[in-house]
Design a binder for this molecule. Structure first.
Ligand code: ATP
Length: 302
C-alpha cells in the first residue's frame, strides 16, 4: 500500500516543483493524473466513454502570442480505430494531440468524445480515459516499478508486470541488477532509447485507457530495439482509439485513416490506398511513392 502511495506523493511534489519552474512540456503530458490549476466549468459532469470516438469540429487554435496554428480543423477518429496524423514539420500535429487532454483549449470549435464536448466535463474524468506515449519518454527518479506505476498510481505489482510483459519490457527489466526495483532516472541506471520507450509504453498500458495518444519516435533505434518497440506499440494499440503522429511509413500504411495536415488544416484524408492514388496530392509527395528506396520506413519531410 505504501508503495502504491509513493507515486501519488511524488506527483504532488512534482506539481509543486512545476509551479516554481518551467518544465519540459512533453514530460507533463505523459503524467495525465497531475492536478491542474485550471478550474473545471461550473457544473461539469464526468465523461462517459462508450466507443471512444473523437471528433474535432471546426477547431481554431493559436498559442499565446502566436499566429493561427489550427485553422478550422475537423476530423473524426473512429472508436477502436487508428488515425494517423501526417504532414510537414510545423503543420500542427503535436498541437492536435495536446488539445485532447486539454493542456490547451481551442479558441473556437469543439472537440467531442462520444458526442460530449470535452470542455464540459471534468478534466480528471477526461484524462482518466487517455494514455499518452511521447517521443522522448521521461523517466522520473525512482525504481522501474515506480516509473511504470506513474501510469496508474493504484496499479498492483502484478498489473505492472503484466503491462511490462505486453510492452516487451519484462525480460530486460529482470536482467537489471535489482529487477523491478532498479533505480532509474537522473541518478539511476541509464537505459537505452528503446528500453525507455518500452517503459513508457508499459506506463500507458497499465493505465488501461480506451484512448491512446501516440507521438511516434523519429530517432532511429537499432533494428532489434526497433522491432521490440514496434511490437509493444502494436500491443498497446489493440482495441483502443489511437491518434498517432506517424513518422513511419509502416504505421501510416496500417492506419485505418490518415489525416494529412498542412499549415494547421486538413488537406487530405483517407486510407493509404486511396491517398496514394492521388499522385499530385501532399500525401503522395510526403510518401514519395515514385521513388521508394527499398527498406525505407520514414516519411519524407517536405
Ligand atoms: P513537428 O512534426 O515538427 O513536431 P507539428 O506538425 O507537430 O510539427 P506543432 O508542434 O503542433 O507542429 O507546431 C505547430 C506550430 O505551432 C509551429 O509553428 C510551432 O512553432 C508552434 N508551436 C508549437 N508549440 C508551441 C508553443 N508551446 N508555443 C508557441 N508556439 C508553438
Amino acid at each position: 500500500l505504501l508503495l502504491a502511495y509513493e507515486p501519488a506523493k511524488r506527483l504532488a511534489k512534482l506539481q509543486v516543483q512545476m509551479e516554481r519552474a518551467a518544465v519540459n512540456a512533453k514530460m507533463i503530458y505523459e503524467i495525465l493524473d497531475m492536478q491542474t490549476h485550471q478550474r473545471d466549468k461550473a457544473g461539469a459532469g464526468e465523461l462517459v466513454v462508450r466507443e471512444a470516438k473523437i471528433e474535432f469540429r471546426n477547431v481554431n487554435f493559436a498559442y499565446t502570442g502566436s499566429g493561427p496554428v489550427l485553422r478550422n480543423l475537423s476530423f473524426v477518429a473512429e472508436g477502436g480505430k487508428t488515425t494517423a496524423l501526417v504532414g510537414p514539420s510545423g503543420a500542427g500535429k503535436s498541437t492536435v494531440i495536446t488539445l485532447v487532454p486539454r493542456f490547451y483549449d481551442p479558441a473556437d470549435g469543439e472537440i467531442l468524445i462520444d458526442g460530449q464536448n470535452i470542455a464540459d466535463v471534468t478534466k480528471s474524468s477526461l484524462r482518466h480515459h487517455l494514455a499518452y506515449v511521447s517521443q522522448q519518454p521521461y523517466l522520473f527518479e525512482g525504481t522501474i516499478r515506480d516509473n511504470i506505476r506513474y501510469g496508474r498510481p493504484d496499479a498492483t505489482d502484478s498489473e505492472i508486470e503484466d503491462a511490462a510483459r505486453l510492452a516487451n519490457a519484462h525480460d530486460f527489466i529482470l536482467s537489471q541488477p535489482m529487477g523491478y526495483d532498479t533505480p532509474v532516472g537522473e541518478n539511476g541506471l541509464t537505459l537505452s532509447g528503446g528500453q525507455r520507450q518500452r517503459l513508457s509504453i508499459a506506463r500507458a498500458l497499465v493505465r488501461n485507457a480506451p484512448i491512446l495518444l501516440l507521438d511516434e519516435a523519429t530517432s532511429a533505434l537499432d533494428t532489434e530495439s526497433e522491432a521490440a518497440v514496434q511490437q509493444a506499440l502494436e500491443a498497446a494499440m489493440v482495441g483502443r482509439t489511437v491518434i498517432v503522429i506517424a513518422h513511419r511509413l509502416s504505421t501510416v500504411i496500417k492506419a485505418d485513416k490518415i489525416i494529412v495536415m498542412q499549415a494547421g488544416q486538413v488537406v487530405e484524408e483517407g486510407t493509404h490506398e486511396s491517398l496514394a492514388q492521388r499522385p499530385s496530392g501532399l500525401y503522395a509527395r510526403l510518401n514519395n511513392l515514385q521513388a521508394v528506396p527499398s527498406g525505407r520506413d520514414t516519411l519524407q519531410d517536405l
